[in-house]
Design a protein around this ligand. Structure first.
Ligand code: HPA
Length: 254
């Protein structure tokens, strides 16, 4: 099989890659069970790209029910070594208002009760992987460079706080997260990033800010609606095809 240049995992509001050509569908059965849905493998600018909708193509899986291990294992089995995670998030601090794209460099995990390691089975060697820098530096840099060369505005840092969901947060929870140092809040950043590290995959997050987190925006009483989230994701994603083309183009010349 030809190498997959990039695997993309889509979050809420991002269920396909519009420009993917000659698409084949794979639904591998993995050692970890069923994945969120089919993996669509096709070509984008002459490169093989795999796409998987994290919540399923009909958005039917809540964050805590996603089989993160199966998703990553399937992408790896198809030949992917680099994973770009698209995560829809709320913005907590000033630089991360609705429709901003960001490539966070840190995260804090507030999730609980999720299978968060591949080292569970009897006889498996327990890995204590280094996670001081949770996203792969070279892939983050490639994303940041690609955005710059494609003229797509991107905030090149930030701390992602992963919450349990599926409900949104209380205002007090967001105040605490801001105090902790979080800039962004989402529900699917973990355990995905940690598992990718255990599996030896290069992994970076491209966060798409869909709303101000609870109480964080100019109107502290604002009610967050799914429609606002989807509208903002659609608007913020308009530069995504250019960014991905630049990212893939950069790989060709490496
Ligand atoms: N909180 C958590 N996850 C999210 C949010 C939010 O405000 N917006 C989009 N995903």
């Amino acid at each position: 099989m030809t190498d997959i240049a990039l695997a993309v995992i889509g979050g809420t509001g991002l269920y396909k890659l519009a420009d993917l050509q000659d698409v084949e569908t794979h639904q591998p059965v993995t050692h970890y069970g069923a994945l969120s849905g089919p993996v669509r493998v096709g070509t984008l600018g002459g490169h093989r790209v795999a796409f998987l909708a994290r919540h399923g193509e009909g958005h039917s899986l809540p964050p805590h029910k996603i089989n993160y291990r199966a998703n990553l294992a399937a992408l790896q089995a198809l030949g992917a070594t680099r994973v770009l995670a698209l995560n829809t998030v709320g913005g907590i601090t000033e630089r991360f208002g609705p429709r901003v794209l960001a490539c966070p460099d840190q995260l804090i995990d507030y999730t609980w009760g999720r299978v968060s390691t591949i080292c569970e089975e009897p006889g498996t060697e327990v890995l204590h992987v280094d996670f001081g820098e949770p996203y792969t530096r070279s892939l983050r840099q490639a994303v940041i460079d690609a955005a710059a060369s494609a003229g797509v505005a991107l905030v090149a840092d930030g701390c992602y706080g992963a919450t349990q969901g599926p409900r949104l947060e209380t205002r007090a929870e967001i105040v605490r997260m801001r105090r902790d140092g979080c800039d962004l809040v989402g529900m699917t950043g973990m355990p995905e990033a940690g598992l990718a590290r255990e599996m030896g995959l290069d992994y970076a997050c491209l966060a798409i800010v869909a709303n101000w987190a609870a109480g964080a925006g100019p109107d502290p009483d604002e009610v967050i609606t799914l429609q606002d989230v989807l509208d903002n994701v659609a608007a913020a994603s308009s530069g995504l095809p250019r960014l991905l083309s630049a990212l893939l183009g950069a790989r060709a010349t490496r």
